[in-house]
Design a protein around this ligand. Structure first.
Ligand code: ATP
Ligand code: MG
Length: 425
């Protein structure tokens, strides 16, 4: 046998139960996004490398080590998108969409990051993202939190996720704060891990994002960003918290929440769960009021979020809340004798013409009758239709109800009526 070739590490195939959950999720996502007047936008998976380099931040995980970049045949550097916001902003500028009245978009697709694969962290993963442009009021921040909250409710996971929010103020607030943080961290330098020590001289704010519990403990005594943000941002943040509370959504103010990308300002938030171990964020978002301008567009406020689809599926499976035991096959067609194969196909086509929603399976194998019936029973199909020379001669079909084991000899139009009775009740 030839040596088998596997998929790339951290890149997975999706099928069966996962995909059934996925499709259910997707339906619910789309319904909710539609009810908030979001429109779909489909974006390329490849973008020019420079677009990510310009705005994500040089000292972020993504730019430092996670990008899948390569040269094309003309030696242009291209990158498999590590996230969706940057491409979406590029698209709305390039296509002059900023003149539109409603600027709420959503997308769903694969993202690529060269990370250490583990449960809930992959090299190809899917994000469902949404972006809103041109609305600066915090009421849109609130609406986005309400939207995501509604999603968790519709999925039945609202009791197992919690909201953390913070305000990271403006760029200049963060610079002021960075100096204070730096002097605190320098005093504690000997307690820092390698990664944090490196960050001390490149991007100390990133240390706040450390997943190391020991570092998180040290940070409990660090100065807080919220004490350094400007008055206007602070007011907005307090108002937003007030409104979220007013809408009955529980939240926690996490003063160390800063997000892993550099383009955010003011509101940042994450929906987390304690059911998935350390890959505990299933949705993350925030404001990014300068990104459109940085990518060559007019000054435009913006806010967005992205949901990690795989992590959501892991949570749903852990909670065991979706019943995915739907009938895989409704009608199982069995022919007896090679010469009757064409009759089986003709019958399956006729049924599909009349009942296009039914799942019909024709067993084309050469197994004997009892084996074929055994397969039909295992398929959980409700009925099997048997076609042999005897049936063809009598112009009838043998319908077997697989659970009750009742059998009926039926003419074609009787069979069609019977199918209607069984599946359209
Ligand atoms: P993390 O801190 O877990 O690395 P992040 O801050 O890098 O997350 P974002 O860029 O905000 O993540 O992406 C939004 C969401 O996409 C995350 O909250 C998560 O649910 C999902 N996500 C991010 N990276 C991965 C990955 N490598 N594999 C699976 N899902 C991911
Ligand atoms: Mg990350």
């Amino acid at each position: 046998m030839n040596k088998k070739i596997n998929s790339i590490r951290g890149m997975h195939d999706y099928f069966c139960e996962d995909l059934e959950i996925w499709n259910k999720l997707e339906k619910i996502f789309k319904k909710i996004l539609n009810s908030y007047s979001y429109e779909e936008i489909k974006l390329p998976i490849l973008e020019k490398t420079e677009i990510f380099q310009r705005v994500i931040g040089n000292v972020t995980d993504i730019i430092e080590k996670e990008m899948y970049s390569f040269l094309d045949k003309r030696k242009n550097s291209l990158t498999l998108r590590p996230e969706g916001t940057v491409g979406c902003v590029r698209a709305i500028i390039q296509n002059n969409l900023l003149t539109k009245k409603n600027l709420k978009f959503w997308y769903l697709g694969p993202m690529f990051r060269y990370e250490r694969p583990q449960k809930g962290r992959y090299r190809q993963f899917y994000q469902l993202g949404a972006e809103v442009f041109g609305i600066s009021t915090i009421y849109i921040d609130l609406e986005i939190i309400l939207l995501t909250n509604r999603l968790w409710k519709m999925l039945g996971i609202n009791l197992d996720v919690y909201l953390e929010i913070n305000s990271i103020g403006s760029q200049s607030d963060r610079m002021k704060y960075q100096n204070k943080l730096l002097s605190f961290l320098k005093k504690n330098e000997s307690f820092l891990d390698e990664e944090s020590k490196n960050r001390l001289y490149t991007h100390p704010l990133r240390i706040l994002d450390s997943k190391n519990l020991y570092i998180q403990n040290i940070l409990k005594k660090a100065p807080l960003l919220i004490d350094y943000i400007n008055k206007n941002s602070l007011n907005q943040f307090n108002n937003l918290c007030y409104l979220i509370n007013l809408c009955g959504i529980k939240y926690k103010h996490n003063p160390n929440l800063i997000r892993g990308l550099d383009y955010y300002n003011d509101t940042v938030f994450e929906w987390k769960t304690d059911k998935l171990g350390s890959q505990n964020t299933i949705c993350a978002g925030g404001r990014y009021n300068s990104l459109v301008e940085e990518l060559g567009g007019p000054k435009t406020s913006a806010i967005g979020f992205a949901i990690g689809v795989e992590r959501l599926i892991l949570l749903i499976k852990y909670l065991n809340i979706f019943s995915v035991k739907s009938e895989k096959i409704n009608i199982y067609i069995i022919f007896i004798g090679e010469e009757n194969k064409i009759h089986a196909i003709n019958l399956s086509e006729d049924i599909r013409n009349i009942y296009p929603e039914l799942k019909i399976f024709v067993n084309f194998s050469n197994f004997n009758l009892s084996k074929k019936i055994k397969h039909a029973v295992e398929s959980l199909s409700r009925i099997a239709i048997l076609i042999g020379t005897k049936e063809i001669k009598k112009k009838c079909y043998l319908l077997k109800e697989l659970q009750t084991e009742k059998e009926f000899y039926l003419l074609k139009d009787e069979l069609i009526k019977k199918i209607n009775n069984i599946f359209r009740k």
